[in-house]
Design a protein around this ligand. Structure first.
Ligand code: SF4
Length: 372
């Protein structure tokens, strides 16, 4: 097995078995994990306590018990999170951090069925005025106080600044990873690319950074070969389940960049410098653009995607529309019109973690490939 295969296997194993990753972390450090609900949260506050922040993005699963608590039209990320809550999957978490940027997350934060304590906070949707920033600093003060009291740990400014550095380094390395693998689609398939990115939700970030840095160095040793298939950019919340990514591979599509909330949106902007670590974390929210969950009156997402398509010489943008995700659905008509005006080829596919059959999706992607 080559070193590339070896590193990818390690990351794939972690991405597909978060439970084991948490148990290993507990054994090694004596500390447990804190759940981070999608989509954005100041994970650095958890990292600074020495506990492991883990992403809670649901999973491929059939829903039965969750139906008693959520309407059928809630998105499948939240349906599967609720299903696992009811099954007690999250009961070992020391706490769960909850941002509430959409109605479904608001409902779920009030209907938590697990036994772990829940810390709910709000990102201000006015992201321009200084008062909104002050409000978010106050929210983060409250989270910090609650984490300290639940975990019995003091979060110092020094520890928090250090964690911000660790996260900023990971963000920078992940941006480099995405750019490098765009040149090597023969080696890094869409599914492997996703696994490397997803593993960061279940690993202490400096460890993830070190492995990805080594992976980048190994990949770069290989010669860049011409790609005869199509190059695409993914946008949306996520592009799971893995069957979707397998179809891209089978149909000769390389993912050369993404604008997925679960992937590049997590690391495309660094936490800036600032007077205090909490002010720095809050300012990140005001510096972040191009996401349906961060109100933007100028609606820059379409132009961002058009610029990305040019930068990466992409043949098309594929919109991975999470079924029943209102915020993403509201954005779509705006940037769809911009794509059409700019001549950017695009396809919208539906993402559903409960999906069992992928034949229809395969046919659509196949036909789209032929059109391209
Ligand atoms: S996928 Fe959409 S609807 Fe579901 S939690 Fe995320 S933002 Fe809310």
């Amino acid at each position: 097995m080559s070193r590339i295969d070896d590193i990818i296997k390690q990351l794939e194993d972690i991405a597909s078995n978060p439970k084991k990753a948490i148990e290993d972390y507990e054994k090694e450090t004596g500390k447990g994990a804190v759940g981070i609900m999608p989509v954005y949260a100041p994970e650095e506050l958890v990292h600074a306590t020495g506990y492991l922040p883990i992403g809670m993005w649901g999973g491929q699963k059939q829903i039965s018990k969750a139906r008693a608590y959520l309407p059928a039209f809630a998105c499948s990320i939240m349906q599967t999170v609720m299903e696992m809550e009811v099954e007690g999957v999250y009961d070992g978490l020391k706490a769960v951090l909850f941002s509430v940027p959409c109605d479904t997350l608001k409902c779920l934060s009030q209907k938590w069925k697990g036994t772990s304590p829940v810390i709910v906070f709000t990102h201000p949707q006015n992201r321009v005025i200084e008062g909104a920033n002050d409000f978010l600093v106050q929210e983060y003060e409250i989270i910090k106080g609650k984490l300290e009291s639940i975990l019995g740990v003091k979060i110092t400014d020094e520890a928090l600044n250090k964690s911000i550095d660790v996260y900023n380094e990971n963000r920078s390395v992940m941006r480099e990873f995405c750019d490098v693998v765009a040149e090597y689609p023969q080696i890094i398939t869409p599914k492997l690319r996703h696994a490397v990115i997803k593993a960061r939700f279940f690993m202490e970030k400096s460890r993830h950074t070190a492995l990805v840095q080594e992976l980048i160095a190994e990949i770069k040793k290989a010669p860049v070969a011409p790609w005869t298939g199509k190059k695409v950019i993914l946008t949306g919340i996520m592009a799971e389940p893995n069957e979707v990514l397998d179809i891209f591979k089978e149909e000769g599509f390389a993912v050369v960049a993404d604008d997925l909330a679960q992937e590049s949106r997590q690391f495309r902007v660094d936490v800036p410098n600032g007077a205090t670590p909490l002010a720095r974390l809050a300012k990140w929210w005001q510096n972040f653009y191009g996401c349906a969950l961060a109100t933007d009156v100028k609606k820059v997402r379409g132009q961002m995607l058009i610029d990305m398509a040019k930068k990466y010489d992409a043949d098309a943008v594929i919109v991975c529309m999470m079924k029943f995700c209102d915020p993403e659905e509201f954005d779509y008509p705006v940037y769809y019109r911009e794509f059409e005006d700019a001549g950017i080829k695009n396809l919208m596919i539906e993402i559903d973690l409960e999906a069992q059959s992928f034949e229809q999706l395969k046919t659509r992607i196949q036909s789209f490939g032929e059109i391209l």
